[in-house]
Design a protein around this ligand. Structure first.
Ligand code: HMG
Ligand code: MG
Length: 369
């Protein structure tokens, strides 16, 4: 049976960099996006259009940065072996207006709307080998390349065309909602309804994150999974194209991840409408990923080098490292299209630029080997 495709959403340039304590030059951010685009990744969250005051790193300069990164991607799309979908995070209609202001400045350089992402197989049967890992079946970096060239041999020649989506975010608890977005959950939903309509009127796909779905820094680990399912249903009903269920604090455990996914399914949420977004604070992200794979989820978010953290989630560390996720998925027989060695080099490079140790074990081991 052919290896199943698992889609990785690289959030390093946004979720990864937003929590860095030192100012990062826009050239470095652009270089990060350029380098990631060459690794076989197909979806990259490249910036955010949020309020300058609200994220410590997002001073006026940083806000200008996201527009500059978007301008760069539109003007000179990063060379890539495959088409790339870029995502841009925004909290409200003002953010969408700012996004469109930059987007519309280069109308002839993009096709204006994204093509659907490569559709992962969505049957619920776990074709991936999550139960009996063969330790000898370690993926070489070539497995991602092979997967990529296989898919390319069946598709038109590689292009560097890019498409664009926006991502919005709300929280599963009132206290996190207030801290992160200065409004209640109900107010978030009310502000997103017209925003989603405006984006969809322009054929821009919308991804919606539900933060603190598996644990809240203020309300603890026992976030009500039924509340998460209601919010997912509401967002899909409003027209969101994908829900990224986020373990912002990394408090998620395997049993609670399984319970949350069962609750989402019981509420009628389809696996193909879901992504999972694990932060790795307690080192459970890959375990929870395998639980989600068993459940039939085929889209996962990660950040190169294990960059990241949410400014409003004290103590939360980075997203699961892309290198670790790719290594794990390849070992289970999945196809990601991502070249492990190439993405490991990007992780090593960006952590060096930031003066931080590389948080990806698979990345370090790959480069050492
Ligand atoms: P607010 O202060 O209540 O906003 O902030 P407001 O609507 O009252 O407006 C106040 C001023 O801000 C006005 O300007 C607006 O124009 C301006 P003034 O009239 O005073 O000159 N303004 C903006 N400016 C630029 N861009 C905007 C914008 N909106 C308003 N988009 C708001 C409310 C939601 C804007 C604020 O709380 C905010 O920006 N929050 C974002 C916080 C953030 O970025 N958090 C990190 C990202 S989320 C995350 O990391 C989680 C995720 O990774 C998943 C997970 O792991 O959980 C996605
Ligand atoms: Mg996050």
């Amino acid at each position: 049976r052919q290896a199943e495709l698992v889609r990785i959403v690289e959030v390093g340039p946004r979720d990864g960099l937003q929590n860095e304590k030192t100012s990062i030059p826009v050239e470095t951010k652009i270089e990060l996006v350029n380098r990631l685009a060459k690794t076989g990744l197909r979806t990259i969250e490249a910036g955010s259009f949020v309020h300058p005051k609200w994220v410590p790193q997002l001073d006026g300069l940083q806000m200008a940065n996201s527009s500059k990164i978007l301008e760069h991607v539109l003007q000179s799309p990063p060379p890539s072996p495959n088409p790339i979908t870029y995502q841009w995070l925004l909290p409200n209609s003002k953010g969408l207006d700012n996004f469109f202001a930059a987007f519309d400045a280069y109308p002839s350089t993009h096709n204006g709307y994204p093509t659907p992402p490569p559709s992962p197989t969505t049957d619920n049967g776990p074709a991936l080998n999550t139960s009996s890992q063969d330790p000898n079946a370690m993926p070489s970096s070539a497995s991602g390349v092979d997967a990529m060239s296989q898919s390319q041999s069946q598709s038109p020649p590689p292009t560097s065309s890019s498409t664009h989506e926006v991502s919005i975010f709300l929280a599963a608890t009132e206290s996190f909602s207030k801290t992160n977005t200065n409004c209640s959950i109900a107010e978030s939903l009310a502000r997103f309804s017209p925003l989603i309509s405006s984006a969809r009127a322009r054929d821009i796909r919308v991804r919606a994150y539900i933060s603190v779905a598996l644990g809240c820094p203020f309300e603890g680990p026992d976030v009500n999974p039924h509340r998460v399912a209601e919010l997912a249903a509401d967002l899909l009903e409003m027209g969101a194209d994908e829900i990224s269920v986020a373990d912002t604090t990394g408090m998620g455990t395997a049993p609670r991840t399984a319970e949350l996914l069962r609750t989402l399914t019981a509420a009628g949420i389809k696996n193909e409408d879901l992504a999972l977004h694990f932060h790795d604070t307690f080192g459970q992200a890959l375990l929870n990923t395998t639980v989600a794979l068993e459940h039939g989820i085929r889209t996962f978010d990660s950040a190169v080098g294990g960059l990241g953290g949410c400014p409003y989630s004290p103590g939360a560390t980075g997203n699961v490292a892309t290198e670790d996720l790719v290594y794990c998925l390849h070992s289970l027989g999945a196809q990601t299209g991502v070249d492990l060695e190439a993405v490991s080099r990007v992780g090593e490079w960006i952590m060096g630029e930031l003066g931080r140790p590389n948080e990806s074990r698979a990345g370090k081991a790959t480069l050492a080997g």
